[in-house]
Design a protein around this ligand. Structure first.
Ligand code: GRG
Length: 297
């Protein structure tokens, strides 16, 4: 599939980011709501500038399957709420012990560990609340969306991947184990984003499976590029610490830079292949995959 022209994609991503950010600002209680410290903490990481890729993936998938952005927007926000929650938890001293996130000090550095944990749980809770209030979803779709998100967060998704990652710290891993960790820790939320977009569009089983496969390959490719950026990226551009993975097996130290790039290319090719039945209608998702392969932030 031929990727879409850069300027069209850039405009699409900018519009998606704006729409998602505007909605996110209303998805959590206003500043000053009681207890003020909790709501300040919940808004902090959530509303710092992020790429909003997972939210945009919900919208673009919904659009590909002939749904409307407005119907998918609460689901896009719920995925971004989960993502922000996972970043806060991942950054904690007991996990990555990170100092920089989205170009600013990590939440626990600003509000302390206890409030950072509570804010992360608050965001997660708000994510489920949003799905319940999504007007476009009929009851069965609401249940499916809730179940899919819960599955992606749970022991077979982010939480399971994170535990496996923590247990692997300081150990040398093989490629299968590394893939297991990252397809859970990172890939699961990409897959859920595509599935939630398909649910908002009332997509059929075959189309849903195609976007699921696209997102599965894309999520793993995204993680490999994340490893490449951790190795050689610039914190001024990525907005987060570099070198946090030095004590871990990564795709870069396991496969080398060239090997990691080759693996990324293969996964991006597989993600594009998954879109083949949509033809030119999938230009945006194809362009997004291309952008992820070449990203520097
Ligand atoms: C209960 C939600 C929850 C999680 C518990 C902490 C944890 C389990 C999982 C960690 C998942 C995680 C943070 C994986 C890393 C994924 C990744 C590469 C994040 C960076 O994403 P970007 O670059 O960030 O899209 P921005 O800031 O642009 O949104």
């Amino acid at each position: 599939m031929k990727p879409t022209a850069g300027s069209v994609l850039d405009a699409y991503l900018a519009r998606g980011r704006n729409v998602v950010e505007e909605a996110l600002a209303h998805a959590v209680p206003r500043l000053g709501s009681h207890p003020a410290s909790l709501h300040e903490a919940m808004r902090y990481t959530l509303l710092l500038p992020g790429k909003r890729l997972r939210g945009i993936l919900v919208l673009a998938t919904c659009e590909l399957l002939k749904g409307r952005w407005e119907d998918a927007l609460p689901l896009a926000c719920s995925v971004e709420l989960v993502h922000a929650s996972s970043l806060i938890l991942d950054d904690l001293p007991s996990m990555d012990d990170a100092t920089l996130r989205r170009g600013k000090p990590t939440l626990h550095k600003v509000v302390g560990e206890a409030n950072a944990i509570l804010a992360a749980v608050g965001l997660l809770n708000a994510a489920y609340g949003l799905i319940q209030e999504t007007p476009a979803l009929k009851d069965r779709a609401r249940v499916r969306a809730t179940a899919r998100l819960a599955e992606a967060i749970g022991v077979c998704g982010l939480i399971g991947g994170q535990v496996a990652d923590l247990e692997a710290t300081g150990k040398k891993l093989d490629l299968d184990t590394l893939e297991y960790i990252h397809s859970h820790k990172t890939g699961a939320l990409f897959i859920a984003a595509a599935e939630l977009g398909a649910i908002a569009a009332r997509g059929g089983a075959r189309d849903t499976e195609a976007v699921r496969l696209y997102a599965k390959n894309l999520g793993l490719a995204f993680q490999i590029t994340d490893d490449l950026l951790d190795y050689s990226g610039n914190p001024g551009t990525t907005g987060k610490d570099a070198g946090l993975d030095r004590n871990r097996t990564t795709f870069v130290n396991l496969c080398g830079i060239d090997g990691a790039r080759r693996l990324t290319d293969e996964l991006i090719a597989a993600s594009l292949e998954a879109l083949s039945s949509f033809g030119r209608r999938a230009e945006i998702l194809a362009g997004l995959a291309d952008m992820i392969r070449d990203r520097d932030r």
